[in-house]
Design a protein around this ligand. Structure first.
Ligand code: UTP
Length: 300
């Protein structure tokens, strides 16, 4: 593999979807603001970007953007009230989200699909490789994925997607990749991509999950990409074009993720994320686990 050495600093987080699976909670609040234990889902995502060394975060927002911007901004009223009470612990927790990264926002306007949301980042990103993190995909902080993807992108100069093996019956819910092996452990070459395929037409059971590190050539392709499945401009369609012609923006690789991941835009997965993360918390875990054990044995 050749070395390109371009340091990635920018993360793009699309958060302009309608969140229809979570109505009515998402009628006036973005789904990314729903709390997972005591932090909004989006804060885990920004923390993940920062842990991988990406300190410039561009959020693609739409209607109801205010809570997202406010969450990553200072709240002087709250901070001075907590300071006056000497509640340093809570003060620290309030300040954590505004000290994380340099935040930028752009509005998508019409939610014309994930590909269109990513294209809205083009003027900010310029001609550098960049990461995309979907705001409703939560990767367990103990199972790092993005830093490995950044590493592979730097080695290849192309684009990198995150893949997870799923039950073949679930493949129709995801983008799906045709893959070939490489000599690196947990890394495959992506030779084709198809959005939400019929199980009979799926090239594998490798599902694309919400982390990408992309060569900026993807913007040129997205500008030309017609609406695809569901009438939306699909990121998967643009990635398919990159995968089929390496001369456009380098090769496409997949990092296979075997850790814990939750789709917090899905109600069942959202509940599982909360229960799991709450059980593992030092402060809440012991008491919550005791309650959960007795609830499961006595009431279920
Ligand atoms: P989803 O497929 O989860 O769609 O989008 P959604 O509208 O957010 O949610 P449901 O299915 O109606 O419940 C995947 C990601 O792409 C972003 C979403 O915010 C989410 O992070 N997205 C999607 C945009 O930013 N803009 C779009 O036009 C579409």
């Amino acid at each position: 593999m050749t070395m390109s050495h371009q340091v990635i600093t920018k993360a793009v987080i699309p958060a302009a979807g309608l969140g229809t699976r979570f109505l009515p909670a998402t009628k006036a609040t973005p789904k990314e603001m729903l709390p997972v234990v005591d932090k909004p889902a989006i804060q885990y995502v920004v923390e993940e970007a920062v842990s991988a060394g990406l300190t410039d975060v561009l959020m693609i927002t739409g209607r109801n953007k205010r809570p997202l911007e406010d969450h990553f901004d200072r709240n002087y009223e709250l901070e001075s009230a907590l300071a006056a009470k000497g509640d340093d612990d809570r003060l620290k927790r309030v300040q954590e989200s505004s000290d994380l990264a340099t935040m930028h926002y752009v509005r998508q306007g019409d939610p014309r699909g994930l590909g269109h949301a990513v294209l809205c980042a083009a003027p900010h990103v310029g001609r550098e490789p960049f990461a995309v993190l979907l705001g409703d995909d939560l990767i367990d902080p103990r199972d790092p994925l993005l830093s490995r993807m950044v590493e592979i992108q730097a080695e290849t100069g192309g684009s990198v997607v995150a893949l997870m093996e799923v039950d073949p019956a679930q493949v129709h819910l995801y983008g799906c990749a045709a893959v070939a092996p490489t000599d690196e452990d947990g890394v495959v070459r992506v030779t084709g991509l198809v959005e939400k395929p019929d199980p009979s037409e799926a090239p594998s059971n490798y599902a694309v999950i919400g982390r990408y590190v992309l060569n900026p050539a993807v913007f040129d392709i997205l500008r030309e990409t017609e609406p695809g499945r569901g009438g939306e401009i699909q990121l998967t369609d643009a990635l398919q074009k990159l995968a089929e012609d390496e001369s456009v923006g380098g090769p496409v690789h997949g990092v296979v993720f075997t850790g814990r991941r939750y789709d917090t835009g899905d109600r069942g997965d959202y509940l599982r994320a909360i229960v799991r993360l709450a059980c593992e918390r030092e402060d809440l875990g012991p008491e919550f686990r005791t309650w959960l054990r007795s609830y499961v044995t006595e009431e279920m």
